[in-house]
Ligand binder design. Structure first.
Ligand code: ATP
Ligand code: MG
Length: 332
């Protein structure tokens, strides 16, 4: 079966509903048709300021939420990026074939570095997409399910793989991005024209998977809408209502058109109540299972360690081939 690779940064204590709808729900289905590798990309998280104990905690919490959402560590390879040394090692090799200008054109880097200012912008942040290319290429990946914010990084990954293959002989599988449809993108409830993110500055518009249900209910009831008072989908003029329709549709499995019909006569209050019920009942078992897993960190660490061994085997084979091809003298 085709090889699949994806991951998330442990950049918060909890995942947000966009990660759940845009990534975890797909991952859960794809693990039955693909040989899937799901990583908690802690090396990537180091490109932002972190307190050591907090990063460790966020890493465990992210892994627990993968499992709680239905990623099965016996079926898929669910591991922590830094447990597999080959990631950092391949990234170095790929750094040497990446153009400075090429990396500088990445829009995520341009956005983030503009926000941080030049003193807080690290070389690590600049090289982030190269590490991401290493993540993917180590596993001879066929498909990478990502949000459309990651399209440019996958393009770079393909370019680097092709460049390496033509310079040194065929070594890497050329991966394809699997980009979800636009309706799988979730926006901030208070600012429905920008993407909901774990690292959002304001918490008010973010629904956290592990948050107290009463808090999430309140956030949904306070979500920004408009004064037209009718439940219909129009991303341009009604971004708030459209976002809520997207959330409903993703969790209930019903089409936007069906939902527009159902809520045709309702006010926004009733519409939001229905969404709150849906979100809370979806989150409840995931939250409970995640907290249970976090209660036994030794068992969680054991699962992660077994999975890191599975990942190591595949990654080492690729890295060893790469080292031979570029001419590194091997230790005997
Ligand atoms: P950060 O702010 O740290 O970048 P994030 O919420 O954007 O956090 P990532 O770790 O960058 O999360 O991405 C994890 C996965 O979740 C990716 O597949 C990404 O495309 C997806 N994702 C993130 N935010 C959303 C969203 N708002 N809607 C749909 N999918 C999303
Ligand atoms: Mg992101």
């Amino acid at each position: 079966s085709p090889r699949l690779y994806s991951g998330m940064q442990p950049s918060a204590d909890s995942l947000q509903i966009g990660n759940y709808i845009g990534a975890l729900l797909q991952w859960r289905d794809l693990q039955s048709t693909h040989d899937a590798f799901f990583s908690v990309v802690d090396l990537h998280a180091l490109t932002q300021p972190n307190e050591a104990a907090e990063l460790r905690d966020k890493t465990r919490r992210t892994a627990a939420q993968y499992i709680a959402a239905g990623i099965e560590p016996e079926k898929s390879t669910l591991y922590v990026q830094s447990h597999v040394r080959a990631h950092a090692e391949l990234a170095w090799i790929l750094n040497t074939i990446t153009g400075f200008g090429e990396a500088g054109r990445m829009t995520q880097f341009k956005d983030k570095s503009a926000r941080y200012g030049s003193d807080a912008t690290s070389v690590g942040l600049f090289a982030y997409p190269v590490l991401m290319a290493a993540d993917i290429l180590l596993y001879q990946t066929n498909v990478v399910p990502v949000g459309d914010d990651q399209r440019q990084h996958i393009e770079l990954t393909r370019d680097l793989a092709e460049r390496f293959n033509s310079r040194y002989g065929t070594t890497f599988t050329i991966p394809e991005a699997m980009v979800q449809k636009e309706t799988a993108r979730i926006y901030d409830l208070q600012n429905p024209t920008s993407k909901m993110s774990k690292s959002s500055e304001s918490q008010a518009g973010v629904l956290w998977l592990l948050d107290d249900p009463a808090v999430n209910r309140k956030k949904i009831m306070r979500a920004v809408t408009d004064d037209e008072g009718s439940v219909r989908f129009d991303r341009e003029t009604k971004p708030g209502v459209s976002n809520l329709l997207t959330i409903h549709s993703a969790l209930s499995g019903r089409s936007i058109a069906e939902l527009e019909d159902e809520f045709a006569g309702s006010g926004y209050g009733d519409f939001k109540k229905a969404i709150a019920e849906l979100v809370l009942s979806e989150f409840e078992p995931v939250r409970a299972r995640a907290l249970e897993l976090l209660d036994d960190p030794a068992e969680l660490d054991r699962i992660l360690s077994l999975n890191a061994e599975k990942a190591d085997t595949v990654a080492d084979a690729t890295l060893s081939d790469v080292y031979d091809r570029v001419g590194l003298l091997r230790r005997r």
